[in-house]
Design a protein around this ligand. Sequence first.
Ligand SMILES: NC(=O)C[C@H](N)C(=O)O
Length: 494
Amino acid sequence: MADLPSFNLFDLLAGLRRGDFSARELTLATLERIERLEPALHTLITFTPELALQQAEAADRRYAAWRQDDPSAGWGLPALLGIPVMIKDVLCLKDVPCTCGSRILENFVPPYTATAVQRLLDAGVVVVGKSNTDEFAMGSSTENSAFGPSRNPWDLNRVPGGSSGGSASAVAARLVPAATGSDTGGSIRQPAAFCGVTGLKPTYGRVSRYGLVAYGSSLDSVGAFARSAAEVAELFRIMAGHDPLDSTSANLPVPELHLGQRNLQGLRIGVPEEYFIEGIQPEVEQAVRVAIDQMQALGARVQTVSLPHTSYALPVYYLIAPAEASANLARYDGVRFGRREPAERMIEMFFKTRGKGFGAEVKRRIMLGTYALSAGYYDAYYGQAQKVRTLIKQDFERAFQQVDVIACPVTPTTAFPIGEHTDDPLAMYLEDVFTLPANLAGVPGLAFPVGFDSRGLPVGMQLMGPHFREDILLQAAYAYQQATDWHLRTPATR
Ligand SMILES: NC(=O)C[C@H](N)C(=O)O
């Protein structure tokens, strides 16, 4: 096989079932494509070709048994048997390093697998590697990865977004049809927008966080990337659902996803006035407004809604997320996980290990968070932020009494050049203005491509929905994608 026969998950599955190619052939072609493009893109922290080939051969044995009607093959076939994927390097996969983009976990090999990853493995995926991320998922560009940034396949001098930038870049460059991500304040949706792919941040509690290295525990969600909403829906269906190993996992059934509908008849779309602010790149606003018009032409009813506390979301997030991070990252002390710097005395060992192990952004957040949680300041900062968070959540609850989904931009701008924000953390934080309200409210958000700017960089649109209604978002994006082809456009990387 010279190159991949298709880049669509369903086409690949159909080809595997028909026996047009084997999982081993598909994997070899994938590995070859990764080896060819990886020097330019740097999507991976750990490449796992041996594991991938083992899994592919197991998939082929299963297909063979299924073809021969061997009862040991079980009834039917696992849903993603033989499909190559990347796993963001903040999700544990047993016996494969999980670095979180950090020197402090450089040599950490988890002894167990995250539930969301296990569900994908049970569905038969082939893991080709652990994808690049900002250190501990803190960042919007992958420039905070201790292993160097990933690149945007639409323009190699630009960032792919972050923190799940490796996954988004890989799906956009068609190294893999699907990849996982995590989203604490935008880490799936923002890179999806920058790379022109579809990315879902599910409702908080919908996908298990067991085995996801914790960043902001009240905000973290595990989700997925693919090129289309239909493919993302399939990944979501497999990853979602209750998990007794995560106490915040919701014990609710995952609704059947019927993505057949090609129109949006009856869908009420709310457009929040607070999301079309000054400073937004005019081409981004333009593309999103055209997409909303198109959804209206497909039958949706569009109205303005107000989310009045939106402007507080950024400061609230940058208190709560660092506060939770500072507590979660206390466990990297040189004793229990990963790196340990030798020293005479224990206290020195802590200082040296954390001093050398963490990068600048992680240290900044630990300091911010520790300060916000310290005695005397707790009520003024963390306590106050939690109260405002409730107001933000109520904004959404009120809006969802009037509309089924909220439509807005994902990011104020398209992908920025590598290095542009590295000396200005605030400018980097501003990347998240439109995405982090969904994390604060716990509602699902879906990003998908709706056009390009004049530089040829993808523009994304975000749909947010009520808690546990990922189905509405996926259905709406599916109908939009049946009528448009932005999600099928590909960068020049061959
Ligand atoms: N993790 C995320 O969702 C990304 C966000 N930009 C942050 O640094 O917190």
